[in-house]
Write a protein that binds this ligand. Structure first.
Ligand code: HPA
Length: 264
């Protein structure tokens, strides 16, 4: 893998964050192929606060790729190939904890994986005498330590950046990663809560695990789009409300990213 540029930060934009206003676009990497297939869309090379950044819309241009069909392996591989070593993932979530109402931003500390059937590792074993992980320079399976699923240094900087931009971010908590694309039943959310989850989303895994396998410094900026099923009074979850909340909250995400970049 030959990085071409020193990238300060790569951002994977989730629902509601299809681009980064304020970023000067200096290049668009289209048609990238990886040993794991193609990323969700073009990787945008940009500059913000004099820093080189990369931006990738997780769900593709026009938000057409559902969470279970995102090629998480190709996305992270491509970002690393273009020189990223630090990745900020922006993920829409439902709030389970009473403090995580719509519009709040959280920097989770832990994650539980409830997804299934997703390509979740770069270590696929030996295929016809050749390892598919050759690009990593590894042949043997590596069981990565996932005790801390997110990069502590980046989380700390995010917390600082949140303070600098006057954001009341929720620091900590556990992200429950569900399969989607449907939302959860109330009983499923009750179970997640018993398991210790404060928020629920569909895109946190396998992304975090794959980032760990690639040795990336990866952290999550979770944006609460709605109360999780049965929470916050149990009103039905309306897509139009989610879209409106995310649109408003993205202003805060931009402020957070700008403050973060000043510190990197
Ligand atoms: N559940 C799962 N994923 C989500 C939700 C939710 O309520 N809201 C936004 N992403």
């Amino acid at each position: 893998m030959q990085p071409t540029h020193e990238i300060t930060l790569a951002i994977i934009g989730g629902s509601g964050l299809a681009s980064l206003p304020g970023m000067e676009v200096v290049g668009v990497e289209k048609g990238l192929h990886t040993p794991y297939g193609d990323p969700s869309g073009p990787l945008i090379r940009g500059r913000l606060h004099d820093k080189e950044i990369l931006f990738l819309a997780r769900h593709g241009t026009g938000h057409t790729i559902p969470p279970h069909r995102v090629n998480y392996r190709a996305n992270l591989w491509a970002l690393k190939e273009l020189g990223a070593h630090r990745v900020l993932a922006v993920n829409a979530v439902g709030g389970i904890h009473p403090d995580l109402g719509p519009g709040r931003i959280a920097i989770p500390e832990q994650i539980i994986d409830y997804t299934y059937g997703r390509a979740h590792t770069y270590f696929e074993g030996i295929l016809e005498g050749e390892s598919i992980v050759q690009g990593l320079g590894e042949i043997q399976v590596k069981h990565v330590d996932f005790t801390e699923p997110y990069c502590a240094a980046l989380r700390a900087r995010l917390l600082f950046a949140a303070g600098m931009s006057g954001l009341d971010a929720y620091f900590g908590g556990t992200y429950g990663a569900t399969q989607g694309p449907r939302l959860e039943s109330k009983a499923e959310i009750d179970r997640l809560e018993r398991d210790g989850c404060q928020m629920v989303g569909m895109t946190g895994m396998p992304e975090a695990g794959l980032a760990q396998e690639l040795g990336l410094c990866y952290a999550c900026c979770a944006v609460v789009a709605n109360w999780a099923a049965g929470r916050g009074g149990g009103a039905p979850i309306e897509l139009t409300d989610i879209e409106r909340v995310l649109q408003d909250a993205m202003r805060e995400v931009h402020a957070l990213v700008e403050a973060l970049l000043r510190r990197l």
